[in-house]
Design a protein around this ligand. Sequence first.
Ligand code: GAP
Length: 447
Amino acid sequence: MSKLEDIVSLCKRRGFIFPGSDVYGGFAGTWDFGPLGVTLKKKIMDEWWKFFVEDREDMYGIDAAILMNPKTWEASGHTATFADPLVECKECKSRFRADKIADGINESVTTEEFLATHTKCPVCGKENWGPIRKFNMMFLTHVGAVLPDDDKEIAEKNIAYLRPETAQGIFTNYKNVVDTFYPDLPFGLVQQGKAFRNEISPRDFILRDRECSQMEIEYFVNPSAWEESFESMRSLQHEFLEDVVKLPKEKIHELEVPAEDRAHYSKRTIDFMFDYPNGEEELMGLAYRTDFDLSNIARESGKSMDYRDKKTNEVFIPHVIEPSIGVERLFLAVLSTAYTEDEINGEKRVVLKLPENLAPYRFCVSPLLKNKPELVEKAKEVYDTLRKKYGNVTWDDSGNIGKRYRKQDEIGTPKCIVIDFETLENDTVTIRDRDTTEQIRKNVSEL
Ligand code: GAP
């Protein structure tokens, strides 16, 4: 199994992911996607959108504002309950998420339960803890012209939060979509976008960030049919993860989340766990959110969230099945699956065996020799043709051909095309396969 440090190093070396604000020494819990990272990330997001929205008739996309009326977070329960157990070491003042440094406890741990675990401070090694305090993870900001020396009342009146989940931008648009599109049940509203969480301990590279991207579906169903839709969403997730982004089936494990560990809104949750290089972690969640959100919105806004079934005239508030996945977690699952170290003719290499539909570049085109204008000219012609046809094609004439192959292997380019003297005679090129390193000759017109 690949090591996380090797993947982090490759990501920086080859321009996939850099630490956020790197030039200033970084900024904990933030990461910047470089030219290759943003391409891979976009391809993952586009595949997801195609699979769950474009290829279906029952899904509608939306793109809601990140800043939302703070009533949203009152109604959703986030203001009151979106909190982690914070514990401080009285010796060195380091702060931790209690359930992440002690075994056998969960997010609702009490001070007494935590102290009974006799956990030592991971920083100073002492055992001298303050009480567990609830730390709300929403990032707080102020909207409009609020100054630091304004009185508390003005500041409080203008409080807003960066959204901690994209889901609420969907729920608050449910009525707009029902009133404009009149969709039949079941139907889904779908969104991709940024979410922000002030994690106490961001960790494991891009697995636990303070700023992440989510892809969420709120699938509205007749309450009497929730189980059926839950099962169909469950198998669709497997289909996407295994057949579209090609994660190995044996690395995905379902975890039925017990009632005491479920989010406040969920009556049933299955976490899809993945075998990452550092161990098993949550990749995504599938939750039955009932009518929790729509009923709360109806109460707080005074607007009806009722749905009238066109066939039966039955009126009810739909229930919701929610598959929710973090883009960064899926990105790392894809990358760690692809990361391979092997040996070719006695020489070690790193190769990213990315599926063809996700690889940042589909082809790399090179002239065999950079100092032969006739080869360069022909290679440019092939490059332009392929770029027009496929878009994601790269050019490389640096170093020798062996070095070019090593570089393209590391960034996951499935095929390298080399233009040599034979090309000038019969229009055939060498095509080298990334995974097998085998080379074949083909006519340019067959590419
Ligand atoms: N709307 C439901 C919701 O937000 P969640 O389990 O808190 O549920 C859903 O988050 C998914 O978002 C997770 O399974 C994970 O993939 C991703 N996610 C959550 N917090 C994250 C973080 N701090 N960094 C990266 N991804 C995160």
